[in-house]
Write a protein that binds this ligand. Structure first.
Ligand code: PEP
Length: 259
């Protein structure tokens, strides 16, 4: 299976989210095979977007969550609150939160563990800076981020975990990682995850790529077996682009079925 995750960030209000959700569902229409689709609107639009996608296969995701159950945490949103809106997936550790809001691997670990404990699905984002890549430290950085964020995390039978490899230099820059760089890093991530979760059955952990994915480059990325899907920011709020990304995932799935 291939998964396409739309991260709308703080780019759309409630009314725009409703229109975008309707348009996003249309990208699935008329296809024999469709990828798993997760839509992550801003929290304020969750309720309305839920109504739009209610009768579709699309899932609802949040862009962040608190690791606390409840209490005096001004401005935070809990897993239980998200569940009231039908949220099943949560993006955790996005580089924008790491960079601008001081989110650390230790905080991210608490969120991942809490989200899994609440039977939700974490989408754990990891990625290196350009400086770190140029210094040959990319794998070391990713290993560190994964080891800390997943420390002590247990995956039970029904659990699911997404890891999104999102090189910071590729996010929103129009400069995606090359297919070769993505495949190499995904193989490395797979090897780290196998060490961390030696008993995880096939399909329990999926590794996605994110960073300037567009309608033009999506097929080349998604046809790689190491790429279980894509996390899309900018192009997820441009319906003509997003339609092509969903189309690329559908094409890859159809080709797999006929092979
Ligand atoms: C992101 O923010 O997760 C992302 C991948 O953004 P973009 O697609 O715009 O690079």
């Amino acid at each position: 299976m291939k998964t396409v995750i739309a991260n709308w960030k703080m780019n759309v209000g409630v009314r725009e989210s409703v229109a975008l959700a309707r348009g996003t569902l249309l990208t699935l229409r008329g296809r024999k095979t469709i990828p798993d689709l997760v839509i992550c609107p801003p929290d304020v639009a969750l309720s309305e977007v839920r109504k739009v996608i209610a009768r579709s296969s699309a899932k609802l995701g949040a862009q962040n969550v608190s690791w606390e159950v409840s209490g005096s945490h001004t401005g935070e949103t809990s897993t239980r609150m998200l569940q009231e809106f039908g949220v099943t997936h949560v993006i955790i550790g996005h580089s924008e939160r790491r960079q601008h809001l001081g989110e650390t691997d230790e905080m991210i670990q608490k969120k991942v563990a809490h989200v899994l404990a609440e039977q939700m699905i974490p989408i754990l984002c990891v990625g290196e800076t350009k400086l770190e890549r140029d210094a040959g430290q990319a794998q070391e950085i990713i290993r560190h981020q994964l080891s800390v964020a997943l420390q002590g995390v247990r995956l039970r039978g029904g659990d699911k975990l997404f890891v999104a490899y999102e090189p910071i230099w590729a996010i929103g820059s129009g400069e995606p990682a090359s297919v070769g760089e993505v495949v190499e890093m995904h193989r490395f991530i797979d090897s780290v995850l196998t060490q961390l979760f030696p008993d995880a059955p096939e399909g329990q952990i999926s590794v996605l790529y994110g960073g300037s994915v567009t309608g033009e480059n999506a097929y080349g990325l998604l046809r790689e077996t190491e790429v279980d899907g894509v996390l899309v920011g900018g192009a997820s709020v441009k319906l003509n682009q997003f339609k092509d990304i969903v189309g690329a995932a559908a094409e890859v799935l159809e080709a797999q079925q006929t092979a």
